[in-house]
Design a protein around this ligand. Structure first.
Ligand code: G3H
Ligand code: ZN
Length: 285
């Protein structure tokens, strides 16, 4: 089927108590593994390209590749530009056929975050493309964005509803104690804060920094009303370790790249399937 928007893919999540898995991909093999997992598990899936991934693969190449994957299966797939800090690239992604974009102006003061997010939402809306924004500031490192502990800030529940209504976004990333990249110690999620945010806004909520979050915390977030959960670093690590193992495990006479790369596909598929069970999205396609 055709690519679907973020608004469409998230619409039943809160009511039916599941979160749509959102996975960062960096090439063909990991993306195809993620799509294969969605087909096997009967789960909707959001494939996310960072600005770095888009610049590496190419914008039209990314859109064309994922559109082709979506059209080959009967599962809803959304193509999302993740953490865009560059408005020009965001607008180009909308034109190239991305069905969702995240504008990340979270480092700006509240009013400026609203202004920039509104600009993105108005532009994307003209083309039927969804928009996600971030309120509060998620810590850790996500490609071009580095936020240390002192700079990170949890989402103010009192502002979440107002921000969503003012900007017209389709999903809101909230900072409730997760961080990007590997954790140095087990993260402590602020569930009372999440409960307040859920009660104060109907806008679908997004959990970032999924790598290393304890399984029981994922389950609790989903039960409380989280609609989209992002996982990136875990796939990057799996991609490189699958490649490393296949290179060292193969004879030097093996020259067919597919006999190396296929392990990346299966490794990413296995990780994605487990997340679909945890997020309760299996069978929801
Ligand atoms: O936007 C991407 C996600 O928040 C990924 O976070 O790399 O810590 O899993 P992660
Ligand atoms: Zn993120």
């Amino acid at each position: 089927m055709s690519l679907v928007t973020l608004r469409e893919i998230l619409k039943d999540t809160r009511k039916k108590k599941y979160a749509v898995p959102a996975f960062n991909f960096n090439g063909y093999e990991d993306a195809q593994g993620m799509v294969n997992s969605a087909v096997k598990m009967g789960s909707p899936v959001i494939l996310m390209a960072s600005m770095g991934a888009v610049r590496y693969i190419g914008l039209k190449q990314t859109a064309g590749m994922i559109r082709g994957m979506a059209e080959s299966v009967d599962i809803p797939i959304c193509l999302h530009l993740d953490h865009a800090t560059d408005m020009t690239l965001l607008k180009e992604a909308v034109i190239a056929g991305f069905t969702s974009v995240m504008i990340d102006a979270s480092k700006e003061p509240y009013e400026e975050n609203i202004r920039i997010t509104k600009e993105a939402a108005e532009y994307a809306g003209r083309y039927g493309c969804s928009v996600e924004a971030e309120l509060g500031r998620i810590g850790g490192r996500e490609e071009q964005i580095a936020v240390d502990d002192a700079q990170s800030a949890l989402t103010d529940p009192g502002k979440a509803g107002e921000f969503a209504a003012e900007t017209g976004v389709d999903a809101l990333a909230v900072a409730i104690g997760t961080a990007h990249g590997f954790y140095k110690s087990t993260p402590k999620l602020d569930f009372p804060r999440l409960e307040k945010i859920v009660s104060l806004t109907e806008c679908p909520l997004v959990l970032h920094g999924g790598t290393g979050v304890p399984e029981e915390d994922f389950v609790r977030c989903v039960e409380m009303g989280m609609s989209k959960i992002n996982v990136g670093t875990e796939f990057k690590a799996a991609y490189t370790s699958a490649l490393r193992d296949s290179v060292t495990g193969n004879e030097i006479s093996e020259v067919d790249p597919r006999n190396y790369m296929k392990y990346v596909k299966t490794m990413c598929q296995e990780i994605a399937e487990k997340k679909m069970v945890l997020f309760n999205s299996a069978g929801k396609a």
